[in-house]
Design a protein around this ligand. Structure first.
Ligand code: CO8
Length: 259
């Protein structure tokens, strides 16, 4: 698929989504959001794609929503742009395959929010994270006030949002925002290695793990555990479960079929 502001490539089961507006540090305007929406809808329904890696071209992952565009909006238009972005983040969060953010540089405001909508975040040592919206007189509007506290706790989320402080990749890892920090030149290889690790596992199990974790996070513990039982049962009745357990007993590699 061809886009103006993003690149979408597919190789060996991995879809690569690269934000490609380097002159504006890959800022998210309404056109970029709409392209991301189309790209992720396509990825969601394309069976050959098993995992996704999102990254940015140039020195930024995404430096936030496009401030030049936002500065010209009135309240209603601002609300529409927030809702458009929130929907894209929800789509990324809930597509039926894992999404890895390979954060190569600035992940600020909407950029940090997009990274948080991904399943896991790998960061280059050069990456910087932050929610600097209060500097502009706004608050995070692509889910940041909700996903950040869920990832790093309420106190740290308030610290970052109130201060607008930018933190290093290492600090982001220490607070649990990032799972792995690697030298810049190893970022894509590490993300791909993790994608291949995931693709070697039972596909139904990976799908159900994602669904159980995502939906469970929106429920109280008892409802979440009940939800887990249903998701677990879907894996238990799969032929991959039979194969996985048989392979263990027979001391051989499992051959999963995704059924
Ligand atoms: N939007 C538009 N353009 C941007 C953005 C942005 N978020 N960030 C950088 N750019 C542009 C700059 O204007 C500049 O363009 P030009 O060369 O034409 O002047 C170019 O990218 C390079 O930027 P800098 O010259 O500023 O580069 P520096 O290395 O000096 O600084 C920074 C890099 C620190 C990343 C700096 O650019 C910066 O602070 N950017 C803004 C970061 C920010 O505040 N992000 C949060 C935005 S708000 C948001 O994301 C809210 C999400 C919810 C929105 C709801 C919709 C209504």
């Amino acid at each position: 698929m061809e886009f103006k502001n993003i690149l979408l490539e597919e190789k060996e089961g991995i879809a690569y989504v690269t934000l490609n507006r380097p002159k504006a540090l890959n800022a998210l305007n309404t056109e970029v959001l709409s392209e991301l929406d189309s790209a992720f809808r396509y990825i969601d329904k394309t069976e050959d794609i098993r995992t996704v890696i999102v990254t940015g071209s140039g020195r930024a992952f995404i430096a936030g929503a496009d401030i030049a565009q936002m500065s010209a909006l009135d309240g209603t238009e601002g609300r529409d742009m927030t809702i458009q972005g929130q929907k894209v983040m929800e789509l990324i969060e809930n597509i039926n395959k894992p999404v890895i953010a390979a954060v190569n540089g600035f992940a600020l405001g909407g950029g940090c929010e997009l990274a948080m909508a991904c399943d896991v975040r790998f960061a280059s040592e050069k990456a910087k994270f932050g929610q600097p919206e209060v500097n502009l007189g706004i608050i995070p509007g692509y889910g940041g006030t909700q996903r950040l506290p869920r990832l790093v706790g309420k106190g740290m989320a308030k610290y970052l949002i109130y201060s607008a402080e930018l933190i290093s990749a290492q600090e982001a890892k220490e607070i649990g925002l990032v799972q792995k920090v690697v030298p810049a030149e190893e970022l894509m290889a590490e993300a791909e290695k993790f994608a291949r690790t995931i693709m070697a596992k039972a596909p139904v199990a990976i799908k159900m793990a994602k669904v159980a974790i995502n939906n469970g996070m929106n429920l109280d513990l008892n409802s979440g555990v009940a939800y887990e039982a249903e998701a677990y049962t879907s894996t238990f009745v799969s032929s991959d479960r039979v194969e996985g357990m048989r392979a263990f007993v027979e001391k051989r590699e499992a051959q999963f079929k995704g059924k």
